[in-house]
Write a protein that binds this ligand. Structure first.
Ligand code: ITT
Length: 196
């Protein structure tokens, strides 16, 4: 089984990736002593690559990165690649959610469409890569609902979620339809098929 080192420093994302992949890969945690990389790429793929390359260089092992953005149509695709710092450099989840709801103040429900996009990137020491993407469409609610998940989950109601937000779904139900679930299942399928 392929051993890969996880490049994500976000424990919420790491837990989801481990749950989605199950035993499809032998996933090693990100070594704590490796400093965070500056995610200054112009795209999710560029940022995923920056994170993965940093881990490959530090460990000499294959690395797996996830970069995710929330694209809100009424905000011309923002926060997108800047989703982690939408409300400012040291913003937490709650700050970002508050800033998103304030940015959409007065925007009617049909115009509150959005999608999560995840790029999952496996990078090997020889420079070869597997890159896949997963998306899920939905709407930004007017108020936070639910206690599950993390990040923008309390204000994102996926089209396939029966009106509930990601934070109102169980973890398994979120992964079944989520951007991250789709991306990492596609990655696992590519590895299983031995195409890579
Ligand atoms: P790493 O770069 O260390 O992986 P990060 O938190 O910076 O962690 P991203 O840039 O990929 O990760 O994610 C940007 C932000 O988008 C993240 O901090 C959350 O606020 C939000 N986010 C990502 N995945 C999400 C999800 O499944 N549900 C809700 N919000 C999510």
């Amino acid at each position: 089984m392929t051993r890969v080192v996880l490049a994500s420093a976000n424990p919420d994302k790491a837990a989801e990736i481990a749950a989605i992949l199950g035993d499809a890969v032998d996933l090693a945690p990100r070594p704590a002593e490796i400093p965070d990389v500056v995610e200054d790429g112009d795209s999710l793929e560029d940022n995923a690559r920056l994170k993965a390359v940093a881990i490959v260089e530090a460990t000499g092992e294959p690395a797996l990165a996830d970069d995710t953005g929330l694209e809100v149509d009424a905000l011309d695709g923002a926060p997108g690649v800047h989703s982690a710092r939408f409300a400012g450099e040291d913003a937490g989840y709650q700050d970002n959610v508050d800033h998103l709801l304030a940015s959409l103040d007065g925007v009617a429900e049909p115009e509150r469409t959005a999608r999560f996009r995840t790029v999952a990137l496996l990078r090997r020491p020889d420079g070869s890569e597997v890159v896949v993407e997963g998306t899920v469409g939905g709407r930004i609610t007017t108020e936070p609902r639910g206690a599950g998940g993390f990040g923008y989950d309390p204000v994102f109601a996926p089209h396939e979620g029966g009106g509930r937000t990601f934070a109102e779904l169980t973890a398994d139900d979120k992964h079944a339809i989520s951007h991250r679930g789709r991306a990492f299942r596609a990655l696992a399928a590519r590895l299983r098929a031995g195409q890579e």
